[in-house]
Write a protein that binds this ligand. Structure first.
Ligand code: PLP
Length: 360
């Protein structure tokens, strides 16, 4: 068996320990004679799996009792419409545009109500997080929307926006469980799991209970109504059973590791290795304002397209894969999610140093 260092932005690297455990349980889950893939979502065995996953996530994130945890489908993109359908009771919301994902969410929300663009970093190709201390937020807005970690551009809010008392909604797809969060500061947090948590096919929605009502837009599909899902403990229909089971294993892996405080420490240590190198290198440069750098997604360029392509090719040959940057930024991007071992980043930096020496 030969595993590569996988720097994909998502679907992304998962903890090896989790994959091995899942492999061991593939044919016979804990003596029940079948795989989790084959069992009824209404069975006692599966009920324990999903309940335990929720309990572990609640413990990890210290989720208050007045929040629901929902395991849904449709990816993060489905939430771009579910959020306004469920929460735009006044038909007005503020969006902060820090990249493609926030832009897409805002475009979708426009189908359902008035979207006020509160701030944007489009002027510098989304390479920074705008000042959010005094935005033109008004009381009649149903919520303020952010994409907390911008997967494509490699920026992250280091401080949440001052929403002036308006509910905050955050897409945390690419920073989910990478550090502790104070859930009580949000009305709704959601993330596709395929970066930090599990296999694509699950989106976790953590929503304050008072927001979960029958009072949604009349055309809201039953499946997209949070109340349907909350009333049925995420089992209104057949959930992505196997994927939730893997997420549950990742939650246990995180707990064993020491929880989110410890994860943050490890992530900071890992990211520093790469950022320190980018700051000292004459060839490779980070593309993001230093104070807004993400711990998860690290875009960088050489400034020469051919050299970038040569680097990506040679890196892949050396076992560092999926380093090609997003087409809107160019260059390279190393996604160094929770499951990327420190060793992977150390070795990548060694490779970059060597490449720089050989290509002066
Ligand atoms: C921050 C962010 N939001 C949303 C999405 C879209 O997720 P999905 O493909 O699950 O719809 C992505 C995907 O990469 C993302 O990085």
């Amino acid at each position: 068996m030969s595993r590569v260092y996988n720097f994909s932005a998502g679907p992304a690297v998962l903890p090896e320990e989790v994959l091995k455990e899942a492999a061991e349980e593939m044919l016979d889950y804990k003596g029940c004679g079948m795989s989790v893939m084959e069992m009824s979502h209404r069975s006692k065995v599966y009920d324990n799996i999903i309940k335990e996953a929720e309990a572990d996530l609640r413990e990890l994130m210290n989720i208050p009792d007045n929040y629901y945890v929902l395991f849904l489908q449709g990816g993060a993109s489905q939430q771009f419409s579910a959020i306004p359908m469920n929460l735009m009771r006044n038909k007005k919301a503020g969006y902060i545009i820090t990249g493609q994902w926030a832009k897409k969410a805002a475009a979708e929300a426009k189908k359902y109500g008035e979207v006020i663009e509160l701030a944007s970093s489009a002027d510098k190709n989304f390479s920074y997080i705008p000042d959010c201390s005094d935005l033109p937020i008004t009381d009649d807005m149903d919520y303020v929307y952010i994409c907390e970690n911008n997967t494509i551009y490699g920026t992250k809010y280091k401080e949440l926006p001052n929403t002036k008392g308006v509910d905050l909604v955050a897409d945390v797809s690419s920073c989910f469980l990478s550090e502790p969060v104070d859930v009580s500061k949000y009305a709704l947090i959601y993330g596709g799991v395929q970066k930090n948590v599990g296999p694509a096919g699950v989106v976790v929605v953590i929503i304050r209970k008072d927001l979960v009502k029958d009072d949604v837009m009349p055309f809201t599909p039953t499946m997209l109504k949070y109340k349907t899902q909350a009333d049925n403990d995420s089992l209104y229909n057949t959930p992505p059973c196997y994927n939730i089971y893997i997420c549950g294993k990742v939650f246990k892996w995180l707990k064993k590791l020491g929880g989110l405080e410890k994860m943050k420490e490890l992530n900071e240590e890992k990211a520093k290795i790469l950022y320190d190198f980018l700051d000292e290198s004459e060839m490779f440069k980070g593309t993001v304002e230093k104070e807004d750098r993400s711990l998860m997604n690290v875009p960088f360029v050489t400034g020469d397209k051919d050299l970038d392509a040569k680097f990506v090719k040679e890196a892949a040959e050396a076992g560092f894969v999926n380093l090609k940057g997003h087409r809107t930024v160019g260059g390279m991007r190393a996604s160094i999610y929770n499951a990327m071992p420190k060793e992977g980043v150390v070795k990548l930096v060694e490779f970059m140093r060597e490449f720089e020496k050989n290509n002066k």
